[in-house]
Design a protein around this ligand. Structure first.
Ligand SMILES: O=C(NCCCCc1cc2cnccc2s1)c1cc(-c2ccc(F)cc2)cc(O)c1O
Ligand SMILES: [Mg+2]
Length: 214
């Protein structure tokens, strides 16, 4: 049977990237998605904005909602200080199989914990299952209609503290209008928009950075 796009993306990583070199994994995926097949990674342009937010924050505890093939997982984990941890949730088991191999190829698996399942099932279990009290950074890149309910769930579970940064992908395309309205109008957030483009295209998209004020 025909291979899947994530399987072909992983093959490109194994053919063109160097084991243990996260940057070469990132470049191999960007090249594949720009010249072979588009895929829904955050991409190189928005990825640079993600890098600058991570580097400035130097987070110890990061939550990523939506792993896909692990591209943004590798982008974030490669910048984390020793001892820092990234928990990434993926709903689709086929994507998780690929992401684990991409993460291992990059050599950053000891910073990453990939968990399979739905965000609404796992968010309430972060404390008892992972011993995490609060997160320093949350990267939202999963179902677009889940950004808002999951943000409210994280608030309710006490997973956000003064200064926690929420960074949301795709706030223009596909778009998350209810989430944007919330973080931009709530007194509990200081929000700003980083204008960019949908990965590997000329369509507008961007990242919204929202600091929780408590
Ligand atoms: O859907 C997107 N990402 C979400 C899929 C992950 C589903 C999950 C649910 C879930 C629940 N719980 C835990 C973990 C998870 S992972 C997505 C789509 C586009 C896009 C697609 C077509 C197009 F024409 C223009 C843009 C671009 C993007 O950058 C995206 O991120
Ligand atoms: Mg995305």
């Amino acid at each position: 049977t025909r291979s899947t796009r994530p399987q072909r993306l992983l093959k490109a990583v194994k053919q063109h990237a160097t084991r243990g070199d996260p940057q070469s994994v990132i470049s191999a995926i960007d090249h594949f998605c720009r010249h072979r097949e588009w895929a829904m990674n955050v991409g190189d342009e928005k990825g640079c904005i993600l890098d600058s937010v991570v580097s400035e924050l130097n987070p110890e505890k990061v939550l990523e909602l939506g792993t896909y093939c692990g591209y943004s997982t590798v982008r974030i984990a490669r910048l984390l200080p020793p001892g820092a941890r990234l928990i990434t949730l993926e709903f689709n088991p086929d994507y998780a199989v690929i992401a684990r191999q991409v993460i291992a190829w990059a050599g950053i698996e000891d910073k990453v914990q990939l968990v399979e399942g739905a965000s609404e099932d796992w968010i309430p279990r972060m404390k008892e299952h992972f011993g995490i009290e609060t997160f320093d950074l949350v990267f939202l890149d999963h179902w677009k209609d889940h950004y808002l309910p999951d943000t409210k769930l994280m608030e309710g579970c006490g997973l956000l503290r003064k200064g926690t940064v929420l960074l949301a992908d795709n706030v223009i395309c596909p778009g998350v209008p209810d989430y944007l309205e919330y973080v931009r109008n709530s007194r509990s957030y200081k929000s700003c928009y980083f204008k960019s483009h949908l990965e590997y295209t000329r369509a507008e998209d961007g990242l919204e950075k929202s600091v929780f004020l408590g």
